[in-house]
Write a protein that binds this ligand. Structure first.
Ligand code: NCD
Ligand code: ZN
Length: 422
């Protein structure tokens, strides 16, 4: 069924500015930007008065779980959390049970997701066999992920095998996301700073040999970040930071209660992450949405639900004049789609997919985990008062989140292989 929609009265993010424009949507695409006199007839009109209309946010690091872990999260609850948090596209991590380590698992995961997702989802795979990578590309792996500290069963992460994997990824014009921690440098159960630094150095050395495109996930240390920054000149490397490593530190937060991997760091490290986000030296912000059950958290499982707090946390920073909207656009929309080669989204422009988020930048909210759509009710941001709320999220031309409820549960598409973008 064809549906027309208009969005009127909003301040719309176009070419790096907020402009008063009306948006017409037809068949899931942005069809026209006009003034109100010339607007099309539409089945539905959204009045975005006093709101910002932004391209939908893109999260390159989410754990949607499902299958054996569906008690923690499933495709439905995870993508609802995404839409409620203003995300229209998320990239799903492969550390599921069973893990996504080959074409068969990737295909069955995509099958499980189909018709169950209310935002668009791309899938990572963590390859066991370098020779699978050509086929994984054809099966729409959006990227590859290696957990240096936690290889999957049968996964050989020796330099020799990593070089093989990296060369294949390079040949296929893919991207390798790295969780950079060296477990040999853990101090008992403590994930030391040194363990991150050494793991980053090791991968940089391998990237020099293979010229593989690398993305370091959730960087948490100043020194680790410095190494990445220095090597950006000669190597194809990018990195992301999470909202928790950006905002919270162990001077304020009890890191055992709020445990994640890598763990929260001290104030000095946290401030260097924040400053680098502000300056644009860190390419992306990613939620590392890692939902767990209450019992699993008690047993020490790492991570928290991030999809429903990340955008409000960033809008709140913007309202406090700490970051520009332009930077928010770069780290949560433009750099993610460019780096992972996702086409047809990320701009409010005729012909682009109508993936949009409407934000009330002045509406205050108190983060309340019990209101999360995510099954994971754990967040160190719980109780925090923030300025900025999501009014609506539109995916492929339909309102998915109306500010309160999810009203369309199956609007998401699975991202097809699009690595030849640019
Ligand atoms: C993640 C999880 O629970 O899957 N936890 C976390 O603390 N970050 C794993 C990961 O992203 O490394
Ligand atoms: Zn993660």
């Amino acid at each position: 069924m064809d549906m027309n929609m208009n969005i009127i009265n909003g301040r719309v993010w176009i070419n790096g500015n907020l402009e008063k424009t009306c948006i017409s949507i037809n068949n899931g695409k942005i069809s026209r930007l006009t003034d109100q006199e010339n607007i099309q007839e539409a089945d539905e009109t959204i009045d975005a008065k006093e709101n910002i209309v932004f391209p939908g946010f893109v999260d390159v690091h989410a754990h949607l779980r499902d299958s054996e872990f569906s008690y923690k999260e499933d495709f439905s609850s995870g993508t609802k959390a995404a839409a409620a948090g203003g995300f229209t596209t998320v990239l799903d991590m492969p550390n599921t049970n069973p893990p996504i380590t080959n074409v068969e698992e990737l295909n069955s995961r995509q099958k499980l997701a189909r018709n169950n997702i209310c935002c668009n989802v791309g899938f990572y795979c963590s390859p066991i066999n370098a020779n699978d990578i050509n086929e994984l590309k054809i099966a729409n792996a959006i990227g590859y992920k290696i957990y240096l500290h936690k290889p999957f069963e049968g996964q050989d992460l020796s330099d020799k095998n990593l070089i093989k994997i990296m060369k294949k990824i390079r040949e296929n014009n893919g991207i390798l996301a790295i969780h950079a921690e060296n477990h040999e440098l853990f101090d008992g159960i403590v994930h030391t700073i040194e363990s991150e630094i050494q793991a980053i150095k090791r991968i940089i050395d391998l990237a020099k040999i293979t010229e593989c495109k690398i993305h370091f996930v959730h960087v948490s240390t100043k020194e680790g970040l410095d190494i990445i920054k220095k090597n950006k000149i000669d190597l194809d490397v990018s990195c992301e930071a999470t909202p928790h490593h950006t905002i919270l530190n162990t001077n304020d937060i009890e890191s055992t209660r709020y445990y994640c991997e890598p763990p929260l760091r001290d104030k000095e490290n946290q401030e260097s992450i924040l400053n680098s986000i502000i300056k644009g030296e860190i390419d992306m912000m990613a939620t590392d949405h890692a939902p767990h059950s209450v019992q699993d958290k008690k047993e020490g499982k790492p991570g928290f639900s991030g999809l429903e707090i990340t955008v409000p946390v960033m809008i709140d920073l913007y309202k406090r004049d700490k970051i520009t909207l332009e930077r928010i656009y770069e780290i949560l929309v433009w750099n993610p789609i460019r780096r992972f080669g996702i086409k047809n989204i990320g701009r409010i422009k005729e012909g682009y997919n109508a993936d949009l988020v409407i934000i009330d930048e002045n509406k205050e909210q108190v983060i309340n985990v019990n209101k999360f759509f995510s099954k994971g009710k754990n967040s160190p941001f719980n109780g925090m008062k923030l300025t900025g709320s999501i009014t609506k999220t539109i995916v492929n031309g339909k309102i998915v989140f109306d500010g309160k409820d999810i009203i369309h549960a199956d609007m998401g598409n699975i991202l097809q292989n699009q690595v030849d973008f640019q």
